[in-house]
Design a protein around this ligand. Structure first.
Ligand SMILES: [Zn+2]
Ligand SMILES: [Zn+2]
Length: 194
């Protein structure tokens, strides 16, 4: 992502250029920047969109996290500690700025999607791929509520169908349309903590 500023550097302070950035390489970077000639170099401002390889904090799968970066940075003609510098061929390379700004906006707990169902607490199955067999296996009556709580919160859109309730045997079924009284993000009130 290199912009040739040799012409603009010959122009007086205050001269202005607008650039549209579109790079499809990994990671893709697209957006628009304004370049303003200053007495020390070029001031770059604009908004760039990119993606960053992340691991979902709920289901542990990797995905491309979309990031929007609001860049404001002065590139100096003369090298200075801690500042971006205009290259020797009179060009500005935005890659390093994008890398640094991306680190600042990365979420602490990335999510592959807002309603990621996460992993089953018992078997580790990725519940985004469908229910696991945990609810069809025997539920220890002493821990049944706890076990159901864990699986319900994670499974969200799946409901428990009794097979032999006296034996603690159930199977799961995906809830349909308006039959979905709660979701992974909106568990039943009596099942929430506190
Ligand atoms: Zn996820
Ligand atoms: Zn499970």
């Amino acid at each position: 992502m290199i912009i040739d500023v040799s012409q603009q550097l010959k122009e007086p302070v205050g001269s202005y250029r607008h650039y549209r950035i579109s790079e499809s390489d990994a990671p893709p970077i697209y957006g628009e920047v304004d370049l303003l000639r200053t007495d020390r170099g070029i001031f770059v401002s604009g908004t760039l969109n990119t993606t960053h390889k992340a691991v979902c904090s709920r289901c542990l799968s990797s995905f491309e996290q979309p990031l929007t970066l609001r860049i404001e940075e002065e590139y100096l003609s003369k090298a200075e500690e801690g500042a971006f510098t205009i290259g020797e061929h009179q060009e500005i390379d935005l890659s390093e700025a994008v890398r640094q700004y991306a680190l600042l906006v990365l979420p602490m707990k990335p999510l592959c999607s807002e309603d990621c169902a996460g992993l089953c607490h018992r078997c580790g199955h990725n519940l985004n791929l469908g229910p696991c067999d945990c609810l069809t296996s025997y539920l220890d009556p002493r821990f049944a509520l706890f076990q159901l709580h864990g699986c319900r919160r994670n499974q969200g859109d799946f409901e428990k169908i009794p097979i032999f309730p006296s034996e603690g045997l159930y199977r799961t079924r995906k809830r349909q349309g308006k039959d979905r009284p709660f979701s992974a993000l909106n568990p039943r009130p009596f099942l929430t903590e506190s």
